[in-house]
Design a binder for this molecule. Structure first.
Ligand code: PLP
Length: 397
């Protein structure tokens, strides 16, 4: 067991079950009712006038809020220990809305590489169109970070751990650099989740999650979350109202349901992933394992300090060519082959064919996406079954 798993749990199951909810829902239901509505009505014209004056707190239209969504947001804020949370239709809506809210034409952002490919594309293709330049630097290269910062830099963006190589960013050091230059720091904490890492405690300004992954946890919903201090989150919320990437009420309900078991699932996924990573590291047909919980991981010491558990994704390079890697993946019997992660079902991904297939082989390799790289998202199946399955599949290489 790792040193960091023994710390007190700030993200308790009690918060996950009861957080954000008040007893006595409409109709005395135990579960949170789904307010499936696009619009809200006013009692009379006096109520309309009071709404306009800001003295009637009711909602007017679904793009600006929803009672089911509000409960999901409050629950998530409690779990993350954040002052405020807002939900989006997808993780990408959370990323893009936040960046559009925090940057304007003529400004500059520094983004750590090895990030989700669509985030990178958003910076390269969309922000650039609006004259916001991005410099990509290697996550953890602080000299490169310092030299990338310009007069007009406003924001540092990174994932931690990163996707798919699971590099861990030193949050304390990143925040220190940002403070020295009066910059904001955004951390996409999707791979860590609030059970394992709480970037706000390190002084990070904004935390983003693709709630599609561990927070929803069942591979059945798409959602994104932005968390942080109230004034900043509220400013991003105004942009959500304009850009329109709001979560729908039924999805907010599914997220509430998923969050109730999130700490249970995540603890199990942390444990199983560590077992799998340890097992894989001992296998001849595995050249390298990327998992922050392993002492061999280059940022293991940082991970121990800033993470409670190391997440449910294990990436590894097989000692094989493309054909051998394909044989291995096809031989796996338990995980599904797919692009996502974080749910109760294990999913195996071949980044080179699934997320990076639009790139030429040379560009993929330049981006560190080798043919023999496999990303394994551990579900909640029995660890021994998953390991036995990996064992037989390695023989197929
Ligand atoms: C780290 C990370 N951030 C953001 C996203 C985007 O989330 P979504 O697919 O919910 O839009 C993903 C999706 O895989 C991701 O892995």
């Amino acid at each position: 067991m790792s040193e960091s798993v023994d710390r007190p749990d700030p993200c308790s199951s009690t918060k996950a079950v009861h957080g954000g909810e008040t007893k006595g829902h409409w109709g005395h239901t135990l579960t949170v009712p789904i307010a499936q509505t696009a619009t809200y009505v006013f009692e009379d014209m006096t109520a309309v006038g009071e709404f306009a004056a800001g003295t009637n707190p009711q909602l007017d239209y679904g793009r600006y809020g929803n009672p089911t969504q509000t409960i999901a947001e409050k629950k998530l804020a409690e779990i993350e220990g954040a002052e405020a949370a807002i939900l989006f239709s997808t993780g990408m809506a959370a990323v893009t809305t936040t960046l559009l809210a925090m940057l304007r034409s003529g400004q500059h952002t520094v983004v750590m590489d090895d990030c989700y490919r669509k985030t990178e594309q958003f910076c390269r293709m969309v922000l650039q169109k609006f004259d916001v330049e991005t410099t990509f630097v290697t996550a953890g290269d602080f000299d490169a970070l310092e030299s990338a910062i310009q007069e007009n830099t406003r924001v540092i963006v990174s994932e931690s751990p990163t996707n798919p190589h699971l590099n861990v960013l030193d949050l304390e050091r990143t925040v220190a650099v940002a403070k020295a230059h009066r910059l904001k720091v955004i951390i996409d904490s999707t791979f860590a989740t609030p059970l394992n890492q709480r970037p706000l405690e390190f002084g990070v300004d904004v935390v983003i999650h693709s709630a599609t992954k561990y927070l929803g946890g069942h591979n059945d919903l798409m959602a994104g979350a932005v968390l942080g201090a109230e004034p900043l989150v509220s400013a991003i919320k105004d942009y959500r109202g304009i850009l329109g990437g709001v979560i729908d009420p039924h999805c907010a309900y599914l997220l509430i349901r998923g969050l109730k078991t999130f700490p249970l699932r995540m603890s199990r996924q942390n444990e199983t992933a560590l077992k799998i990573a340890t097992y894989l590291e001992e296998q001849d047909r595995v050249r390298r394992v990327y998992y922050p919980g392993l002492p061999s991981h280059p940022q293991h010491k940082i991970a121990i300090v800033q993470m409670r558990g190391f997440g449910g994704v294990v990436s590894f390079d097989l000692d094989a060519d493309l054909e051998g890697t394909v044989r291995f993946i096809d031989a796996l019997r338990i995980p599904c082959i797919g692009a996502s992660l974080g749910g109760v079902e294990s999913i195996v991904s071949h980044p080179s064919s699934i997320s990076y297939y639009e790139l030429s082989r040379e560009d993929r390799i330049a981006a560190g996406i080798d043919d023999e790289l496999v990303r394994y998202s551990v579900g909640v199946e029995d660890a021994d079954d998953l390991i036995a399955d990996l064992h037989q599949a390695l023989k197929a290489i």
